[in-house]
Design a protein around this ligand. Structure first.
Ligand code: FES
Length: 149
C-alpha cells in the first residue's frame, strides 16, 4: 500500500467512525452502573447520568443498573431532576432480557417494545413492565425493590 492509498483508506475509516457515532448517539451514551444495594433496594447517584462532552456536561436520558444480586437489570429513565422511572428489564411476554434503545426498551426474542414508563408499545407482550417506586434525594435515587409501583 503506497502513501496515497494509505491516506485515502485512513480518511474513509475516520469518516465512517464519525458517521456511525453521529447516527448512534444512544449507544455512546449508554451507561452501566452497579448501584449500592441495601436490604430494601438499590441506590444510584444522580451524577451517574452525567456525560462529559466537548464544551460541558450533558445528561443521559437513562442508565442501566446491572448488579449481580439482581436477576435482570433495571433501566432508570430521567425525565427531569426530580422525575425518574425504574423499569425491570424483563420482557413480560416470555422473560427475555430487554435492550434499551433511546426511549424504548426492545425485546430481541419476538419484537415487543415498551416505552420509558414501561407501557407496551408493540406486542406480542400485552402486559406493561414491572416498575419500582423511586425516592429522589438531593444527590441520589433510591429504587425500592420491595414493591411494584
Ligand atoms: S419474550 Fe419478549 S417478545 Fe417474546
Amino acid at each position: 500500500m503506497d502513501r496515497r492509498e494509505f491516506i485515502k483508506n485512513g480518511c474513509a475509516a475516520c469518516l465512517s467512525a464519525t458517521v456511525i457515532s453521529t447516527l448512534m448517539p444512544g449507544c455512546a451514551a449508554t451507561r452501566y452502573v452497579s448501584g449500592t444495594l441495601t436490604q430494601d433496594g438499590i441506590t444510584v447517584k444522580k451524577d451517574d447520568f452525567k456525560i462529559k462532552q466537548k464544551g460541558g456536561t450533558a445528561r443521559s436520558s437513562f442508565i442501566i443498573v446491572r448488579n449481580e444480586a439482581l436477576q435482570y437489570p433495571i433501566c432508570v429513565y430521567r425525565f427531569s431532576e426530580e422525575e425518574y422511572s425504574a423499569l425491570w428489564m424483563r420482557c413480560t411476554h416470555q422473560g427475555t432480557e430487554l435492550q434499551a434503545s433511546g426511549d424504548l426498551l426492545q425485546c430481541s426474542a419476538h419484537g415487543s417494545e415498551f416505552n420509558n414508563k414501561g407501557q407496551v408499545k408493540s406486542g406480542p407482550a400485552d402486559i406493561n413492565l414491572r416498575t419500582f417506586p423511586v425516592i429522589i434525594n438531593q444527590d441520589e435515587i433510591f429504587i425500592d425493590l420491595r414493591k411494584k409501583s
